[in-house]
Design a protein around this ligand. Structure first.
Ligand code: NDP
Length: 284
């Protein structure tokens, strides 16, 4: 029997409808939730992601500015901008869209941002809070994944989870969030031996690799829950392709996210949700 769909697009609409209600309460108090973004000026993929984030924010009643960063932007200008946004009480969230132009030090930028307006949850301070189980903004993509699993009541406690990918923004925090929900977690990466065998042990398999259709249906344990965070452009194919070979995987898995329409929309919904939470906190 084919897998059931973890429908991130449908759930993101519900999350965004809830957000709109929360934004309306803030607007009535004279607060307009605002998410500002620093983005590489000449990176078409980043620009299109940021455009979508602003569009969805506007639809929810929020506002926001974009600051293009290019080869002429110096590190000190970047840091000054971040300090300025940190100090601006009208700004509730700041997103540093990865990747910035190569000559800029993103880690230094994230350290300058700190945690108060880090609605993407990727600064060292926010990640430390995640490790320490302290309150704070959680990374948008893994947060979206956890919201999706929660909505579909996927059992996590005691389950064997394998996360393929160990990036700071996705693989590592996804593993930590699954661990917090009492999964037994293994993180795999490019040096993992027998990745295929490891994946086959997973009750919950999270793909966060960036390699189109690397994970085949034959790698998946029958009845497993498969979450595909991958977004890959493949020449000659329209649209984005996941890290999992959907057509073969859906015949084996019990639940699976599609690409597009799975993790991607949940990432944006989580980011906006964090920005609204930040705006709410500013009224207390
Ligand atoms: P990174 O390139 O930062 O990390 C990729 C990870 O995959 C690394 O840990 C790497 O291992 C591992 N990896 C690479 N090749 C292999 C392999 N052959 N076998 C096992 N592991 C491998 O990518 P991101 O985490 O930023 O993104 C991953 C994917 O998720 C991309 O497709 C990206 O577009 C997508 N993405 C989607 C988002 C969404 O909203 N849906 C948001 C962010 C990203 P190692 O550490 O050893 O190099």
């Amino acid at each position: 029997m084919a897998a059931q769909i973890l429908d991130g697009l449908a759930l993101s609409k519900i999350v965004r409808a809830n957000l709109k209600d929360r934004v309306d309460v803030l607007l009535a108090k004279g607060v307009t939730p605002r998410l500002d973004v620093l983005v590489a000026a000449h990176d078409p993929a980043s620009l299109s992601y940021v455009k979508m984030k602003h569009t969805w924010a506007t639809k929810a009643g929020m506002t926001g500015e974009s600051y293009p960063v290019d080869e002429n932007t110096t590190q000190s200008q970047l840091i000054d901008k971040i300090h300025e946004l940190n100090a601006n009480p009208l700004v509730h969230g700041v997103l540093i869209q990865h990747p910035l132009p190569k000559h800029l030090d993103e880690n230094e930028a994230l350290l300058a941002l700190g945690s108060a307006k880090d609605v993407d949850g990727i600064t060292p301070e926010s990640l430390g809070r995640l490790v320490a189980d302290l309150p704070g903004f959680r990374c948008a993509t893994p947060m979206g994944i956890m919201t999706l699993l929660d909505h579909y009541q996927i059992p996590i406690k005691g389950k064997r989870a394998v996360v393929v990918g160990r990036s700071v923004i996705l693989g590592k925090p996804a593993a930590l969030m699954l661990l917090q929900k009492h999964a037994t977690v293994t993180i795999a990466h490019s040096r993992t031996e027998d990745l295929e065998g490891l994946c086959r042990e997973a009750d919950i398999l999270v793909a966060a690799v960036g390699r189109a259709e690397m994970i085949k249906g034959s790698w998946i344990k029958p009845g497993a829950v498969v979450v595909d965070a991958g977004y890959n452009r493949v020449e000659g194919r329209q649209g984005d392709v996941g890290d999992v070979e959907f057509e073969t995987a859906k015949e084996v898995a019990s639940w699976i996210t599609p690409v597009p329409g799975g993790v991607g929309p949940m990432t944006v919904a989580s980011l906006l949700s964090n920005a609204v939470t930040s705006a709410e906190a500013s009224t207390h």
